[in-house]
Every structure is written in C-alpha cells, then in structure tokens.
Design a protein around this ligand. Structure first.
Ligand SMILES: NC(=O)c1ccc[n+]([C@@H]2O[C@H](COP(=O)([O-])OP(=O)(O)OC[C@H]3O[C@@H](n4cnc5c(N)ncnc54)[C@H](O)[C@@H]3O)[C@@H](O)[C@H]2O)c1
Length: 265
C-alpha cells in the first residue's frame, strides 16, 4: 500500500512512534489522518503541527480516545468513516509497558492486556467485516520484538506483545485471501517517552536505540511491500531464527542477558 491519498487512523498518536507515523503519512500525501490518543491535548498538538505544515492538503483530526474501552474504539471508527469515508489503514499503535513478574497485581495484568491486546481486537471487530465487505483494507498493529523474543524485566509486556503478534498472524491467515492486509511492527528500542531514562546502560540499548522517524521509514517500506513482519531492527530476524533453531540455547542466552542487566552495579 502506498499511503498517498489514503484515509488513515493512528492510535497512540500524541507521542513517539505514533506521532512519527502521522508526520510521515502526512508528508507522503495521505488524504486524511486521525490522530487518536487518550492524551487529547497531545493529539491536538500533533494535528496543529500537521495543519501548519500541510494546510488543506491533509485533513487531520484529533480524537481523545482510550483504546482500552471497546465503545471508544468503535466510536472512533464510526465517527471517522462518517466524516472522512472508509478507513484504508488503521494503525493500532498505542501501548504501555511496566516492569514486573507474576507478582504484578491482576488488575495491572488486565490493564496492560486491554491496551496492548484487546485494543487491537476492538478495532478489528468493527473494521474487519467492513473491510472485507468493501474488498480490502489494511491493519497495522504495533507489537514489539518482545512479542517475538521476550522482555527482560517485564512479564506483562512480553506476554501481551506475544499475544498481539499472535492476533495479527491469525487475522492475516484467516482473512488474507479475502483482501485484508495485516502488518505487525516489531521494533526493539526506540527513543520515545516509553523508554526514557533506560537507554544508557540498560537492556533497551543493547542493539542501539533508533529514532521514531526510522521506525516510520521501516513502516512505509513494509506497507509498500505489504510485508507481514516489519522489523526496524534487522538483527531481530536473526534472533528469531536462532530461537526457533535451538530454544534451549536461546533461553540460556536470555538468562545471561537477564543476569547482566539485573545484577546490581
Ligand atoms: N519505544 C520503544 O522502545 C518500543 C519498542 C517496541 C515497541 N514499542 C511499542 O510502540 C508503541 C508506541 O510506543 P512509543 O514508544 O511511541 O511510546 P510513547 O509512550 O511515546 O507513546 C505511546 C502513546 O500511546 C498513548 N496511549 C497509552 N495508552 C493509551 C490508551 N489506553 N488509549 C489511547 N492512547 C494510549 C500514550 O498517551 C502515548 O501518547 C507501543 O505499542 C509500544 O509498546 C515501543
């Protein structure tokens, strides 16, 4: 898919990767963009920036939406399609992270599950039937390399990002032949608010921290090829291959990484 002339929704658009996607899609000639975020002021600031830069060439709308709430996602899609026409590309990008293991309270597991996984279900539940009825459509789901490998220090993040990858795979397998396109975005560390303060000396920086604009470059290239797996850090492909080739060895290697980044001093 070439984003030029398309109607596109991005969640988590007030910051980081989502904001970079909105900027890049506007620069590449998207016809209409919806910047959705639970931070309504942040979404508005992104829209103001796009309007100042591109004027009437891009219709850009801010939406204050909590993607964890099914009715809010459904309302976002309904309002967008009524005002701007069919959504060509929906980017389920909003996500959260926090540290913790199985001691993490159930309410916190449910909160991250709702944002990192169910938000993608909420969007797909409304959009997939509509996209199939009109012969096609595109879903971009931001997961993480943690959804293919693991996340040192955060069981809830590793688990929910694996589930996000699994959902994207399932949607592509089930509906690909009927015209639904699905891509899953799996970066390692990206310089955004999410990892602020952990880049230096932390596990986030192992393979280098890239900029959100580099992620947007990878997304545009991946969409152009209609590639399922978008890997802004190319080394992730090799890690996934090593994991598949010898799981025991991979677990031992991950233990060494874990030890390196959790040992005091
Ligand atoms: N930064 C990284 O290193 C990295 C790496 C891999 C994957 N990711 C993923 O990329 C996505 C974007 O993260 P980012 O790094 O740009 O982080 P970020 O914190 O800069 O941006 C996330 C945005 O999502 C919004 N958001 C959070 N919960 C929401 C909700 N319930 N409803 C609506 N909006 C909500 C936030 O307000 C924020 O604007 C996330 O899914 C994240 O897991 C990030």
């Amino acid at each position: 898919m070439n984003v030029s002339g398309k109607t596109i929704v991005v969640t988590g658009a007030a910051s980081g990767i989502g904001r970079a996607l909105v900027r890049r899609f506007a620069a590449d000639g998207a016809a209409a963009l919806v910047a959705a975020d639970r931070d309504g002021d942040g979404a508005r600031a992104v829209v103001d920036e796009i309007t100042a830069r591109h004027g009437a060439a891009v219709r850009c709308v801010a939406e204050r939406v909590d993607v964890a709430v099914e009715e809010e996602v459904a309302g976002l899609i309904e309002r967008t399609e009524r005002a701007l026409g069919p959504i060509d590309l929906f980017c389920s990008n909003a996500g959260i992270v926090f540290e913790g293991g199985v001691e993490t309270p159930t309410a916190e597991w449910q909160r991250i599950w709702s944002i990192n996984v169910l938000a993608h279900v909420h969007a797909a539940r409304v959009l997939v039937p509509r996209m199939l009825a009109r012969g096609g459509g595109y879903l971009l789901q931001t997961a993480s390399a943690a959804g293919l490998l693991s996340q040192i220090g955060s069981a809830p993040y590793a688990v929910t990002k694996h589930a996000a990858v699994a959902l994207a795979e399932w949607l592509s397998i089930t509906h690909g032949a009927d015209g639904l396109r699905v891509s899953v975005l799996c970066p390692q560390a990206v310089r955004t608010a999410m990892i602020a303060g952990t880049e230096e000396g932390g596990v986030a920086g192992v393979d280098g921290v890239i900029e959100p604009e580099q992620v947007a470059d990878a997304v545009v290239a991946g969409l152009a090829d209609e590639r399922f797996l978008i890997l802004p850090h190319p080394e992730v492909r090799e890690y996934v291959q090593r994991k598949a080739a010898d799981h025991e060895r991979w677990i031992r290697g991950m233990r060494r990484l874990q030890e390196r980044y959790t040992r005091p001093g």
